[in-house]
Ligand binder design. Sequence first.
Ligand code: RM4
Ligand code: MN
Length: 561
Amino acid sequence: MQSRAHIAQRGDEHAAHALFFEEVEVGGFAFGSLVTVAQQHREPAFGGGVLGAARDVGEEGVACVEHHEPHRTRSTRAQLAGGIVAHVAELADRVVHPGDDGRGDAIGAVEHVGDRSDGHPGADGDVADGDRHRSPSRTDARSRSADIDLTAVRAASYCSANESFQRGDRRAVMTDLTRIASRLDEQAIELPSWAFGNSGTRFKVFSQPGVPRDPFEKIADAAQVHAHTGLAPSVALHIPWDRVDDYARLRAHAREHGVELGTINSNTFQDDDYKLGSLAHSDARIRQKAIDHHYECIDIMGETGSRDLKIWLADGTNYPGQDDLRGRQDRLADSLQKIYERIGPEQRLVLEYKFFEPAFYHTDVPDWGTAYAQVAELGERAMVCLDTGHHAPGTNIEFIVMQLLRLGKLGSFDFNSRFYADDDLIVGAADPFQLFRILVEVVRGGGYGADSDVAFMLDQCHNIEDKIPGQIRSVLNVQEMTARALLVDQAALDAAQRAGDVLTANGILMDAFYTDVRPGLAAYRASRGLPTDPMAAYAASGYGVEIAASRVGGAQAGWGA
Ligand code: RM4
Ligand code: MN
């Protein structure tokens, strides 16, 4: 096998690649090797070539059982006993362009699946040809099973050898993120203002030095996350927690800090009147109070330039028989209708479900089906919000993602992670694989990118960790999983699924999940003028030390304030 450097010289020079990797050095990682891999594939431009090549491979890979036609010049290749079939090497040629440099030879090619070197099948067909290159023990094994119809066995083994080669090849290029760079550019994650305030559990809210005392300071902190990651261009507000006298000023303040104001979240769970519910309450006065609160939120949206009104309800009951389940659902529908009628033509109502808490027996919007049923009745601009922490353990959340996208009703995400209940921990911390699976469905269902209206929000609380770096870590986790989801060889996956090739399909997905995208993302950030390590850059900025020293006096923002 020749050196990668040599292979690289064969590749077409590409300015974009050169730019992308120029002067990129992260933790001593040899980004040069990424360049060589990409150049092997003669990628014509960002986002184009390798993907196309991979697609070719994928399609071939699954069609492999059909490739038993006589081969052509394969017999001139070096033989590798018990090795990869010749046809595989030929497939590889399409992507790897080995020419006469020996790479193909190093991979090895034997004829045992193909026909005789003269291109005609032998009397015993492919297997006889193959046996010429097999060890005696394998020949013996074949003899013992001579009466078995080997067609299927042969096809399967060919397919699996073919696939395993292709997967190896695919893996070799997956750490190069140049082909998904433009897609990564499309990522935008909205931060919750409340993540920057103090929070805790019903047992204790811990205060931290430097925590914001008002929405202006929350936004300044959120802007730090965006400045170091380029991923978080907007901040969601919570009313009344983020009530200010002058929203135009707050908006201008956000812009000065390089971010926008985003979703407005209503709050009908911290007023004594809402003890037995809000929009679903049996008392018309309390329902109207809750509706009026949403009207105030809609007015604020006009001033902040927000698109989405997000409604999460604490409504529910604690005991069977406490209230009429059906009556509550009908009242909820009526209240939502009144709110929906108020939102502007460019605005959306997004209804968030949660299966329990604070109500313990039943919740009025407990699941996606109920949320869907309610918003479907309202109209086009009513959508569902999926908070990843709001499901029973074991729920297949990615299925819900798929279904809501399919129905055109996935309005937004509240990302966080949980071990037990609604833990609101850092997204991707508890179950990175689940986050990957969710993002795979998002990408697959058209929910990701500039053309999608799905809002990606965090809904987290940093009870014991520092808040700003906690948010930085969170958006980076989402970015890493998004990169992995974008790396899935969808064409190969589609083909494997069509062929009913269970293991190959699963393997293709897992290849993407197991890809370490961190060095590639560091290179990507460098190419965009961002710090390669945003966590380290934030720490080095001294911002945390500065706010801890300067934010003295006043009341720190926190849960309910
Ligand atoms: C709720 C829900 C909402 C969030 C509040 C703070 O549990 O997840 O999305 O606005 O918490
Ligand atoms: Mn939420």
